[in-house]
Design a protein around this ligand. Sequence first.
Ligand SMILES: C[S@@+](CC[C@H](N)C(=O)[O-])C[C@H]1O[C@@H](n2cnc3c(N)ncnc32)[C@H](O)[C@@H]1O
Length: 269
Amino acid sequence: MNSDDEEINPVTMLLLNTDNNQLTKNGKTTELAPLPVQDKTYHLTSINSTLTIRQLPSQGLSFQLWPAAETFVKLFDTYKPSNTDPFSVTVTKCANDRKPIRILELGSGTGIVGITAAAILGGEVTVTDLPHVLPNMEYNVELNREVVVSGGGEVRVARLSWGEVGDMEVIGRGYDLVIGSDVVYHDNLYEPLIQTLKFLLLGSGDQGEKEGERVFLMGHLRRWKKESSFFKKVRKMFRVDVVHEDGPSSVSRTGVVVYRFARKDAVFR
Ligand SMILES: C[S@@+](CC[C@H](N)C(=O)[O-])C[C@H]1O[C@@H](n2cnc3c(N)ncnc32)[C@H](O)[C@@H]1O
C-alpha cells in the first residue's frame, strides 16, 4: 500500500456491508464466511413495487451490491421530470421528451441500477459487464421482469469489456444517457474505462446517435487517494460536475458522490 492510500480505509468502504457477510464494529471489519446466495429487496416508492436482487458473494465483487448502486436506486426513486435538483434536471434533459429513454449502464454487476432505471423511467436499458458476470445479471433481470414491464421498461443484457474495441462497436453510441455505479475502484481499470467513455461521449458516427450532449452519470464512493489521478485525467477530456452528494455514513466519512461527465462544450443550467 502506498502511503497516500493509508488515509482512506478501503476495507470498511468497499462494500455495502449490510446484512451478514461482514461485521463492522468501531471501524474494524471482520470477514465472515461468504454466503453462497443472498437476496436483497428494494421497495420503490415511486412505482409502489419491490425489486429482488440475487447476490452471490462467494463469487466475488461483481456479484454484490456496492454503495453507489443504492444511491442510484434512491435517486431514481425520487426522480420527477419537474424536480429541480441537478440529478433530475440531467436525466430530464437527456430524455429530451424521447420515449422511451435509452440508457447504457457500464459495469452493472448485479444489474440493480439498470433494472431500477428501466422500471421507474420506463426506459430501454442495456446493462453490461464482463462475460462471467452476465448469467447472474440475466437471472436478476428475469426475476424482476414483471415490475420492469409494468413500468413500460425493458432491460437487455450485453457484454461490454471496457476498452475492447469489438465490444464497443457492437454496443454503439445510440443512447440518451450512460450510467455507472462504483466503476472506479482499481487503478488498472482507469484507462480501459476512460477509453470506453471517450468512445461513448466523444466519438462520432453512429446511426441513432444522440445529438447534442451525451452524458455519463457516475456514482462513486472514494476509497483511495490515487483515484485523484483518474479524475485529473477525465477532467482534461470532459466537463465534470457533481450532481449529487450523500452525507457520510456509519462506515465511511465520505459519502457517495454522483458526477456528470459531458463534452467540454456542453451547457447545463
Ligand atoms: C465495484 S463493482 C460495481 C457493481 C455495480 N455497478 C454496483 O454498483 O453494485 C464494478 C463492476 O465493474 C465490472 N468491471 C470490472 N472491470 C471491468 C471491465 N474491464 N469491463 C467491464 N466491466 C468491468 C465488474 O465486473 C463489476 O461488476
